[in-house]
Design a protein around this ligand. Structure first.
Ligand SMILES: *Cc1c(COP(=O)(O)O)cnc(C)c1O
Length: 494
């Protein structure tokens, strides 16, 4: 094997080599040229790689070894909750009674699946303090969109023209996007110097043209919105709803309920908090919970329980309709169900406590080595900046790249946008004290390197398969198509 760069599968191709032998046909052979229109049958697929099974297995196994995942090492990506997901939950989702179900299975033959979904809705309602939950949305962002569509339908029914939604300046980008998609105008709310919302800021902006306040608690700075009850009562007094982005529920789960704080709608990211691995593009699941007033607007179908029988209800006059084909991503629901049953109420509470403890431990131990813009107790994540390192010419990006040399996945960088040069660290509850200490040691060494040898950081990483890439050039001149001949400069194969 060529050292340093895995060949493309096309470069391994050798004419006539093959990795599959199709079974002998057990039906009469037909000449395709006779049954298909002229020119519809290809004699060859140009450039199609011809490799053996072993070539193929080795190629993709080597590529997979270049990946970094939570099963490989510490992955403190803020706002993402990259925690370890128990393998037993994977196992449950693969049980053939679940995994081989067809979405058109008659209700009578999938009572177990409906029961599981119905119970999961109940657990999520209990955890969040909501009255009803739909499991349909396929992602957090789709849950947000569903919630905003329901709010729009509610006010349409009431004949009220409320066009605005208030969103804090720390919000995740999906929040304003979901609101715009549902037809609302976004009004930005400035956070205070302490990094949280003040009742005064909401009082100033909230009027009867506002349909909702969409906030995140804990917010994306990892801080608890201390004024949430006061803020919710201001929004309610002007007839609006409070939507909470519950993508990261790790800090509150089992400890405090958003519904008790005045929140009317919340989406859960099962692929963050409830045991589905993510980061690879899906599938996800973003169930949406609502209070009573909005229940009639939930998407169809709803799962109904009648005695011991479960059924699907489609005929609901005020529903916003379907959000997703069938019922949502079922295998993710099975993992979440298994996880909640595995942890139990006490276990979920302990998750919240440990997630918060771990983040505060990191914050306290790194304080002084890195600039901490909001020096107060944090929730499940903490945000540092590169201010102390910048005087040596070292930036957040350099720190993140250098961490890879120490075997850690970098934290979230340059988010939230309101913090200049942000390094947003979310350790999660699943990491041991030993791992946290190793990470702290690496971060301290990087702080020292910034002082003594900034050049080392500017060129990091040094030990990974791919060195620092030119991100601007990759974005401006993307090479997305295989051109048929081996590239002369391997750096072009992005
Ligand atoms: C991840 C995340 C989202 C979006 O969730 P998706 O499932 O990726 O659509 C929204 N808000 C916050 C705070 C998040 O962390």
């Amino acid at each position: 094997m060529e050292k340093g760069r895995e060949l493309l599968i096309f470069e391994r191709s050798s004419p006539g080599r093959t990795g599959v032998r199709p079974p002998t046909a057990d039906v009469p052979e037909v000449d395709l040229d006779k049954v298909l229109p002229k020119g519809a049958v290809r004699g060859d697929i140009e450039g199609f790689p011809e490799v053996s099974e072993l070539d193929c297995v080795r190629h993709f196994t080597r590529l997979s070894n270049e990946n970094f995942g939570v099963d490989t090492g510490f992955y403190p990506l803020g706002s993402c909750t990259m925690k370890y997901n128990p393998k037993v939950c994977e196992d449950a989702s693969r049980l053939s009674g679940f995994s081989r179900l067809h979405p058109y299975e008659p209700e009578g033959l999938c009572q177990g699946a409906l029961e599981l979904m119905h119970e999961l809705e109940g657990y999520l309602a209990e955890i969040s303090g909501m009255d009803a939950v739909t499991l349909q949305p396929a992602a957090g962002a789709q849950g947000e969109l569903g919630g905003m569509l329901m709010i729009a339908a509610y006010f349409r029914d009431k004949g009220e023209a409320r066009r605005k939604v208030l969103i804090p300046d720390t919000a995740h980008g999906t929040n304003p996007a979901s609101c715009r998609l549902a037809g609302f105008d976004v009004v930005e709310v400035r956070s205070s110097r302490d990094g949280i919302l003040t009742p005064e800021a909401i009082e100033r902006l909230m009027d009867d043209g506002c349909a909702a306040l969409m906030l995140t608690n804990p917010n994306t700075l990892g801080l608890f919105e201390d004024n949430i009850e006061k803020i919710a009562s201001i929004v309610h007094s002007k007839g609006g709803f409070v939507y909470c982005d519950g993508a990261n529920l790790n800090a509150l789960m089992g400890v405090a309920r958003l519904g008790d704080m005045g929140v009317d709608l919340v989406q859960f990211n099962l692929h963050k908090t409830f045991s589905t691995p993510h980061g690879g593009g899906g599938p996800g699941s973003g169930p949406l919970g609502v209070k009573k007033a909005l229940e009639p607007y939930l998407p169809v179908p709803r799962i109904r329980k009648n005695g011991d029988e479960y059924s699907l209800e489609f005929d609901r006059e005020r529903s916003i309709g379907r959000l997703k084909a069938f019922y949502g991503n079922f295998s993710v629901m099975v993992r979440a169900y298994a996880y909640i049953r595995l942890m139990g109420a006490e276990g979920l509470k302990r998750v919240g406590e440990m997630a918060v403890l771990n983040a505060n431990y990191l914050k306290e131990r790194l304080k002084g080595h890195f600039h901490l813009p909001h020096d107060r107790t944090c929730m499940h994540e903490c945000v540092f900046t590169d201010r102390l390192q910048r005087r040596y010419g070292v930036t957040t990006l350099d720190i993140a790249k250098r961490l890879m040399d120490y075997g850690f996945h970098p934290p979230t960088i340059y988010f939230p946008l309101v913090v200049d040069g942000a390094l947003m660290i979310e350790p999660t509850e699943t990491e041991s004290l030993q791992t946290l200490d190793e990470f702290i040691e690496a971060m301290k060494r990087i702080a020292k390197e910034a002082e003594e040898d900034p050049h080392l950081l500017k060129n990091a990483p040094h030990t990974t398969g791919t060195a620092r890439v030119d991100e601007t050039r990759a974005a401006r001149e993307p090479v997305l198509r295989w051109t048929g001949s081996p590239p002369t400069n391997p750096d072009h194969c992005t």
